[in-house]
Design a protein around this ligand. Structure first.
Ligand code: FMN
Length: 434
């Protein structure tokens, strides 16, 4: 975020920041080696008696991150109506448990695009993850693999896609934006194929960037820019987070977009998110072009209607993700849980249906499965963990969600996640109209 001026760079300043960081951080910092000699800071396991739910991780993330970075992660578009509704919609769906049922070992395993996942949740693409923690995408993919699930790498990523894939034991998919144009995308698709990515995720809900009002208020553009003068008003808040600042400086400052490489120009500089998303979306026409380059499964992410889902099926998608980008794009669209039944009905079992948006508890995952999702993607839930405590934080987020799912399914008197269906929930009558 801030490139240090020359006088701020010496070793002793960094040592002092790390000393302060160790005092203020909830956990200790340890440098470790991961894939391809990547260095980042791993931390001790998160204290599970203090971090009981995802909201606890959110609070830790808020404490560790500068306001600009936390708000980038936490915020949504305009009035943040859809952001809030994504979470609230889960409250409208009530469980109908079956009592006096002996549920033995409850089976949580799920198959998504022929991958076996230990439980029905994967990690959604989250851009700029390396700003939240130096381990960034490598750390998140690693934690996903250790938990027996999959990770989706955003185009807007600071680590090389090869290292992300090598760092994980689980399936890794690549999410494509046309950042840098078709030439850069061709290069990324080719690299993803060679590195062993098993699916391509095409995000279709970003024709322009949503107006995330917290970002301009926090000077996100100025902080990512090169003018020291423009940054001055926002620097005090960054200095007030020495733990984050130390790890950021040790990581080399603002990372480049390592997977957006234009021939002759190298990796793209990290830029303001609005500028990054403008003209980076993929259209149905582009999708046809991508299908010629990529023979593996294609997942279309960012649909909210049956019509769009059917179009995705016709265009050859293997799966769709009911998503409104976590309420970060068009505000006042349907919360995703409410859009899910329409999409499930429209695709008639021809493709797998995933959903994301607002998942903060395992019971949310169970409700989505009852309404027909094969699995969910989680975004902020794991990113709070990453920001709070690196890979250990992601591991804790997944542990929380997994044990929540298991407990909920057992309390419902259901033997497995595969057996969940509409009979286990009651939805508001108004939802049936869609
Ligand atoms: C900080 C942040 C960055 C994101 N970056 C991307 C991205 O680069 N590509 C993408 O397809 N979706 C991106 N998303 C959307 C997520 O993939 C996902 O749809 C959303 O986070 C789900 O909502 P949830 O955060 O409530 O779980 C991002 C979301 C957040 C919170």
């Amino acid at each position: 975020m801030v490139t240090p001026p020359h006088e701020c760079k010496p070793e002793n300043v960094q040592r002092e920041l790390i000393r302060k960081a160790k005092k203020t951080e909830p956990v200790q910092l340890f440098p470790v080696d991961l894939a391809h000699g990547q260095h980042y800071h791993r931390q001790h396991a998160v204290n599970s008696s203090r971090v009981i739910n995802i909201e606890d991780l959110r609070r830790l993330a808020q404490r560790r991150l500068p306001k600009s970075v936390f708000d980038y992660l936490d915020g949504g578009a305009e009035d943040e109506l859809t952001l809030a509704e994504n979470c609230r919609a889960f409250h409208d769906v009530l469980f109908r448990p079956r009592s006096a049922v002996a549920v033995g070992d409850c089976e949580l395993k799920t198959r998504v695009l022929s991958h076996e996942l230990s439980f029905p949740a994967m990690l959604a693409p989250v851009g700029y993850s390396r700003l939240m923690h130096p381990g960034g995408e490598v750390a998140a993919a690693h934690a996903a693999g250790e938990a027996g699930t999959g990770y989706i790498l955003s185009t807007i990523s600071g680590h090389k896609l090869e290292n992300v894939k090598a760092g994980s034991r689980g399936p890794v998919w690549y999410q494509l934006y046309l950042l840098g144009g078709r030439e850069a995308a061709e290069g990324a698709i080719d690299r993803a194929r060679r590195a062993g990515f098993s699916a391509l995720v095409i995000t279709v809900d970003t024709p322009v960037a949503g107006l995330r009002e917290r970002d301009p208020r926090n000077g996100m553009k100025e902080l990512l820019g090169t003018s020291w003068f423009a940054r001055i008003p926002y620097v005090p808040n960054i200095l007030a987070h020495p733990g984050w600042l130390a790890s950021f400086l040790l990581d080399g400052g603002v990372p480049k977009l390592e997977n957006v490489v234009t021939p002759g120009k190298g990796a793209m500089e990290l830029v303001d998110v609005s500028a990054a998303l403008a003209s980076a979306t993929v259209t149905w026409e582009d999708l046809r072009w991508i299908r010629e380059l990529w023979s593996g499964p294609i997942v279309v992410k960012g649909l909210l209607t049956g019509d769009d889902a059917r179009r995705a099926v016709d265009e050859g998608a293997a799966a769709v993700v009911v998503s409104n980008h976590g309420g970060r794009q068009l505000d006042s669209v349907f919360p995703t849980l409410r859009a899910l039944p329409e999409v499930v009905a429209a695709v008639k079992g021809q493709v797998e249906v995933l959903m994301d948006g607002g998942v903060r508890r395992g019971s949310d995952i169970v409700k989505a499965l009852c309404l027909g999702a094969r699995a969910v993607l989680v975004g902020r839930a794991y990113a709070y963990g990453l920001a709070a405590a690196g890979p250990a934080g992601v591991a804790r987020a997944l542990e929380i969600l997994r044990s929540d799912v298991e407990r909920t399914v057992r309390l419902l008197g259901c033997p497995s996640v595969a057996a969940l269906d509409r009979s286990y929930v009651e939805v508001p009558p108004a939802w049936s109209a869609h």
